[in-house]
Ligand binder design. Structure first.
Ligand code: NDP
Length: 260
């Protein structure tokens, strides 16, 4: 009997796929048979992640690129297309965080702009490049595409001393809602994933801080921080044909934190 979650023949790009949540999604996609291209700036991290991904059984590759650089994105996309022949899914997951460091009134313009350059402009470059490809393909009769942004719970509740981060993520929620409406006719869905507190390099300083853990843990009904592997199921579901009618949504994965 056919497995509805078999992603054989599909190709996905995961930006920020060389670690953390992105690698968690990339591994599950590859295990489901999806060819995966991970993108990140750091070549050593790309190489290490690729070694891990090769164990998952599908075709995989890594591309070194910075999502703030439009020309680099277009080159990387062309390279992935050449390697795999098509791109069906684009997970814009690369992002930078900044927690509790500075009040808004002390925010420097450079910090503000750097946050937007990666977390929002980077997604603009990646999605626009991918969508142009998906639209061309749909016009040729192949109507299938998946656009997924990694947003954050901060997009719903804000983040004191991280207002620039929260603002970029809130913008992503509205971006995917709009892209969902604009691209439905091409068979393309667009959704955002909103993680709660997940143990990755981004949050390492916080999750190693006893005071933070003592304050956060009672608020998480699952009584643990999330792990990158917790994002595998949603990535496979969103890439699969089973999610074809699910679009424009913000999918919260937070161990129940936001419900309490
Ligand atoms: P990590 O720091 O582990 O991963 C971030 C990834 O993004 C890395 O692969 C990094 O690779 C890549 N990256 C960063 N900047 C760029 C850039 N300019 N160009 C290309 N790649 C880039 O963090 P997480 O896994 O936690 O974060 C993944 C996403 O999840 C982010 O968007 C983050 O905002 C979001 N998120 C995380 C939460 C958490 O609790 N961890 C909570 C809510 C949302 P490299 O360094 O090689 O470029």
């Amino acid at each position: 009997m056919a497995n509805d979650f078999d992603l054989g023949g599909r190709v996905a790009i995961v930006t920020g796929g060389n670690g953390g949540i992105g690698l968690g999604m990339a591994k599950a996609l590859a295990r489901a048979g999806c060819a995966v291209s991970i993108w990140g700036r750091n070549e050593d991290k790309n190489r290490a992640a690729l070694a891990d991904l090769r164990e998952c059984g599908a075709q995989v590759e890594a591309r070194t690129c910075d999502v703030t650089d439009r020309a680099a994105i277009e080159d990387a996309f062309a390279g992935t297309l050449e390697a795999f022949g098509r791109v069906d899914g684009c997970f814009a997951n690369a992002g930078v965080g900044s927690f509790g460091q500075r009040a808004f009134v002390d925010r420097t313009e450079a910090e503000w702009r750097a946050m937007f350059a990666t977390n929002l402009d980077g997604v603009f470059h990646v999605f626009q490049t991918a969508l142009r490809h998906m639209i061309r393909r749909a016009e040729g009769g192949d109507r299938f595409g998946r656009i997924v942004a990694t947003s954050s719970l901060a997009s719903l509740f804000g983040m004191p001393r991280g207002e620039h981060y929260a603002a970029t993520k809130a913008a992503l929620n509205e971006l995917v809602r709009t892209l969902a409406v604009e691209h439905a006719r091409y068979g393309v869905t667009a959704n955002a994933i909103l993680p709660g507190w997940i143990e990755t390099d981004m949050t390492a300083a916080l999750t190693a801080n006893e005071k933070f853990v003592a304050a956060a843990m009672p608020r998480i009904p699952m009584r643990r921080f999330g792990q990158p592997a917790d994002f595998g199921g949603i990535a496979v579901y969103l890439m699969s044909a089973l999610s074809s009618y699910h679009t424009g949504d913000c999918l919260v994965i937070d161990g129940g934190y936001s419900k309490f």
